[in-house]
Design a protein around this ligand. Structure first.
Ligand code: TYM
Length: 333
């Protein structure tokens, strides 16, 4: 195994959608045999927006089943729940004291999320969240963080915090790099192609979930928003002026490992592009959905796998936390 260490995480806040799959999970799976990979289900992060009791644990098991269903192999990939590895909270505080108020204020995700939560409770955690994310990454001496484009800024703040800490207290943390896919780094909504595909899509029509059945998937693609252009070059990749078509081309390209321009060359009509893209998505998601429902028949086993993952994660995380405390010069306990 190469010594490249990979870490990336996902929040248990609802069903996984095609954006997360193409932006992140597909790369998590493809890297697992060459690299030393850790993947967290970040239940503590989910608390920034979750208020009902009894929900987050269920969502954590379901998400673990989905991560195994998409292809993470528990024999090589360390999959764990964040709250099972207390070092995340501990280094999270150190990171809160390492990032600045100004840096946190510039996070676009914080601005977007608070804008959507007008008249609703906005937790302090939503603001300090990137510090906990920095801890998630730095605890594992991570070289690479495979993510969608929307998480790039969080990796940047992590790098800045690590560099600042190393400068203050001596070389302690590995400086991580973000890794985003060539296609699929920013999958947009099928109904509003200027917004990213997201679980907060109210009608669900613009968002394809990994557990959607083939009929539902085809319906969402057939109804995808395009434009009224006609003619032989109507299908071309122009994200600014033809966002609906660009969204279909991006998805098709990410699924079939081509560029959106290569895909565009093969089409003259929107209808055919929609159907072929929907079918390619169905072909990819059907085995995932089947494995997911199989795994969900034995939740106990999924929970056991998470327990084993947490043991492995803790072995690495506890060493890094101690190194950070020692570097600062905390009084040994
Ligand atoms: P989360 O749970 O929102 O999303 C999980 C992953 O899916 C990617 N993603 C997308 N990619 C392309 N197109 C989309 N429409 C799309 N929607 C989501 C995200 O970029 C992400 O890679 N803060 C993180 C979780 C996190 C984390 C970490 C990630 C916590 N600690 C440490 C990496 C490393 C988040 O909320 O992701």
């Amino acid at each position: 195994m190469s010594s490249t260490r990979v870490l990336s995480c996902i929040q248990p806040t609802g069903d996984v959608h095609l954006g997360s799959y193409l932006g992140a999970l597909k790369n998590w799976v493809s890297g697992q045999h060459e690299k030393d990979v850790f993947h967290g289900i970040v239940d503590l992060h989910a608390l920034t927006v979750m208020e009902e009791p009894g929900v987050v644990g269920q969502l954590t098991v379901e998400l673990a089943a989905m991560l195994f269903a998409v292809g993470l192999d528990p024999d090589v990939a360390t999959v764990f729940a964040q709250s099972h590895v207390v070092e995340h909270n501990q280094l999270g505080w150190v990171m809160e004291c390492t990032v600045s108020y100004g840096e946190l204020s510039r996070m676009t995700q914080f601005k977007d999320k608070t804008a959507k939560r007008q008249q609703q409770f906005i937790s302090g955690g939503l603001f300090t969240y990137p510090a906990l994310q920095a801890a998630d990454i730095l605890l594992y001496d991570t070289n690479e963080v495979p993510i969608g484009d929307d998480q790039r800024q969080h990796v940047e703040i992590t790098r800045d915090a690590a560099i600042r800490f190393n400068h203050r207290f001596g070389d302690t943390f590995v400086i991580p790099e973000a890794a985003t896919p060539a296609a699929g780094g920013r999958v947009m909504s099928l109904q509003d192609p200027t917004s990213k595909m997201s679980k907060s899509d109210e009608s669900g029509a613009g968002c394809v979930y990994l557990i959607d059945d083939p009929k539902a998937i085809m319906k969402k693609f057939k109804r995808a928003v395009t434009d009224s252009d006609t003619g032989p070059d109507a299908v071309r990749y122009d994200r600014e002026n033809k966002p609906g078509v660009a969204t279909l081309l991006d998805i098709n390209a990410a699924i079939t490992d081509r560029t959106p321009q290569q895909v565009a060359e093969q089409y003259e009509q929107y209808g055919k592009l929609k159907v072929d893209t929907g079918e390619a998505v169905v072909e990819t998601l059907t085995p995932i959905r089947e494995r997911y429902f199989e795994l969900m028949e034995d939740r106990g086993e999924v929970a056991r796998l998470l327990g084993a993952g947490a043991d492995k994660a803790r072995e690495v995380a506890s060493v890094t936390l101690q190194r950070a405390y020692d570097a600062i010069g905390m009084l040994p306990s």
